[in-house]
Design a binder for this molecule. Structure first.
Ligand code: DX5
Ligand code: ZN
Length: 218
């Protein structure tokens, strides 16, 4: 069970310090938004490259951008240890995944709440992670969509049938109140923005979330 705090809810004027606050986490989740695929705009390659030089934990880059075929591999080269593209924006997902692995990163594929996973089951051999969004991508602090839990179960089942080590990530509205249902449904990597950075003690929030997830094993 791994926790990936989202720096979207962190202090953008002090990102190095904000990464240090969560150095007990497994990953640092970096939300890249381009103002096209999602209405919001956050940060891009130069910032990821700079963070990769100072981060105490590996970077988990979540690309909410158009044209991941062109851009995703560059995030791996910039230091993303895991890079996740959205299937809705991808032209050749197999190729993207293989480019990511070729650049030394784990390859993740994300699905928005309205996107079914079933049509993409055949991509599993090319993937290291599937991200099931539990909010509409674009903003932190939104409410958790429990109606995505059947999809988490479906992905976990497909991963189990396929074999190998493919992680199932959830992102959006994950907190002490919602993480257990995600873990129970089959998630094993949990992104949390406001639940971690909104807490007085961010490191303690990470440990608390992990302990709650650990109650459920797959
Ligand atoms: C939303 C982002 C999330 C966001 C989660 O589009 O992908 O990573 O930071 O924030 P919370 O945990 O506050 O819902
Ligand atoms: Zn995210």
């Amino acid at each position: 069970m791994q926790i990936s705090p989202s720096i979207l809810s962190a202090d953008f004027a002090n990102l190095e310090r904000e990464l240090q606050r969560v150095r007990n986490a497994d990953w640092a989740h970096i939300d890249v938004m381009d103002g096209h695929f999602v209405p919001n705009l956050t940060l891009g390659l130069p910032v990821v490259e700079a963070l990769s030089k100072v981060t105490p934990i590996p970077l988990d880059c979540h690309l909410m951008i158009d044209d991941p075929d062109r851009w995703a591999p560059m995030y791996a080269e910039a230091g993303g240890a895991s890079v996740t593209f959205h299937i809705e924006a991808a032209r050749d997902p197999r190729r993207i995944a293989s480019d990511l692995r070729g650049a030394g990163a784990r390859a993740g594929m994300a699905v928005k709440p309205g996107t079914a996973f079933a049509p993409y089951t055949d991509l599993l051999p090319d993937l290291d992670m599937v991200l099931v969004m539990t909010v509409e991508p674009g903003f932190g602090g939104q409410s958790f969509m429990a109606d995505q839990m059947p999809k988490v179960r479906e992905v976990r089942e497909a991963v189990r049938r396929h074999g190998g080590e493919i992680w199932v990530q959830v992102d959006g509205g994950v907190s002490a109140d919602t993480i257990e249902q995600c873990a129970e449904a089959g998630a094993d990597v949990f992104v949390a923005g406001s639940a971690v950075y909104g807490a007085e003690d961010a490191a303690a929030a990470v440990d608390e979330l992990r302990a709650l997830a650990d109650r459920h094993t797959h």
